[in-house]
Design a binder for this molecule. Structure first.
Ligand SMILES: [Zn+2]
Length: 307
């Protein structure tokens, strides 16, 4: 389709009526892209994506401007917004310098509970360790996810604090002959500290909502508390109130929409693939999830609107 000119025609048709919102999770500190390719890119591949956007003539806009201009129908051609979920240390280490090099704005949806600890996110670390161990029982993603969820459920039931959970992860590493201290030193699967998040903010990164504990309870009070705690932690870093939200784990529910409005949230992004259009509900904006499984041709198909 690219060879026949369909990409170019679609790009022209897209004009100012739709917005590509790109979604990233992590830029590998080591080999995370080999473990969770859907969510990770190695640093060189991320830089190549930014170079591709530059060469393609993308107008990379800040999220709030992109959404406002989408609604006003005043987007420049080839409009793109870059978003990152969670706020892992690798954003600070790899993504931010690359974004700065290209002068591209980005929004980081920051989950804040883990940022008070210098510990890896438990379920991700145990999942990674199972993969790293080479145990044939855990070679499938489903088997690892099931085992990680079960371990997390058990830890919760036993009332383990984050340090006790980390001891469990360490035991798993020791059993598999993996140097756990080395992973800790490298800050694998750790959410940025408030100081690191402040450095990102001061370097131009837009910090927005992703819930405090990375969960969306189907209970109005608990849901609102997630937003309030997350908002307070971000406001302590930036001095301004965040107004844009991203659903953790892409979980959406129609019950959330009035609660988000009640919390004063102006936009919310999902993990549903697609272009954000003028008629899209601002609280259910689709995005494109980029990772190592996405070829450059796929990437261009998203940008042009062909996909
Ligand atoms: Zn997330």
């Amino acid at each position: 389709m690219r060879a026949t000119g369909a990409f170019a025609a679609s790009t022209a048709l897209r004009r100012r009526h739709s917005l590509v919102i790109l979604c990233y999770h992590g830029i590998s500190l080591r080999d995370e892209h080999e473990w969770g390719g859907g969510l990770y890119l190695p640093p060189t591949a991320f830089r190549e994506r930014l170079q591709f956007l530059r060469d393609w003539g993308a107008n990379v806009l800040p999220l709030a401007e992109g959404i406002r201009r989408l609604q006003e129908d005043t987007l420049p051609p080839r409009s793109v917004v870059i978003t990152f979920d969670d706020g892992f240390v690798d954003f600070h280490r790899h993504a931010l310098p690359a974004l700065q090099e290209f002068s591209f704005p980005a929004t980081l949806y920051l989950t804040t509970w883990y940022s008070q600890y210098r510990l890896p996110v438990f379920n991700l670390m145990v999942n990674y360790l199972r993969w790293k161990s080479g145990d044939p029982e855990y070679m499938s993603r489903q088997a690892r996810e099931k085992a990680s969820l079960e371990m997390e459920r058990q830890a919760k039931q036993d009332g383990l604090d984050p340090h006790q959970r980390d001891d469990l992860a360490r035991a798993l590493a020791v059993k598999a002959g993996i140097d756990y201290d080395d992973l800790l030193r490298n800050r694998m699967f750790q959410i940025m500290s408030p100081e690191e998040a402040r450095e990102c903010y001061q370097a131009g990164t837009d910090l927005q909502l992703h819930t405090h504990r990375h969960r969306t309870p189907v209970d109005r009070e608990l849901f609102l508390r997630e937003i309030q705690d997350n908002s307070a932690a971000i406001e302590a870093i930036t001095g301004t109130r965040p107004l844009h939200f991203c659903y953790p784990s892409g979980v959406t529910d129609s019950a959330f929409l009035p609660w988000l409005r009640e919390a004063g949230v102006q936009s919310a992004t999902t993990c549903v693939h697609g272009l954000a259009r003028r008629g899209s509900d601002p609280l259910l904006l689709p995005r494109y999830l980029d990772g190592t499984g996405t070829s450059e041709l796929d990437f261009e198909a998203w940008l042009s609107g062909v996909r």
